[in-house]
Design a protein around this ligand. Sequence first.
Ligand code: BDE
Length: 145
Amino acid sequence: MIDIDEILTLLPHNYPFLLVDRIVEFEHAKRIVGVKNVTYNEPFFAGHFPRKPIMPGVLIVEAMAQTGGVLAFKSFPESKGSVFFIGIDNARFRKPVIPGDQLKLVVEVVKHKREIWIFKGKAFVDNEVVAEAKIMAMLKKEKGE
Ligand code: BDE
């Protein structure tokens, strides 16, 4: 288990743009499962949409990408820096995500070569796939490391 305190040490993100609350499974450089609890109080629900709160699909993809970032940094803690989101393919949004849903973000490494990571992400609510995407990321080390 990786709790929110540790996530905050691994990712540079913060409110209102940190979109993973907890890690419940982790396999070194291979697979990770993140959880995001979705509440009516999410700032994006104010505009998306008034009286019809639906989580923007792009933010579900962002939540998968952040979970992939945790996988990369937890696997290689010496590679301190940032993960840049450099590409996305084959994104699908299959079901609306609404307040009260718990997103399970399953991210698997398709390929990892030097600083480039390719992830396959699936987001589940109640064991149903709500979104999926192939995500590409690049680790950028901090200067002097
Ligand atoms: C979104 C992603 C994947 N599958 C379904 C959906 C979906 O149902 N979106 N719905 C959006 C929506 C927006 C407004 Br404004 C509205 O009044 C209603 Br009735 C909607 O269903």
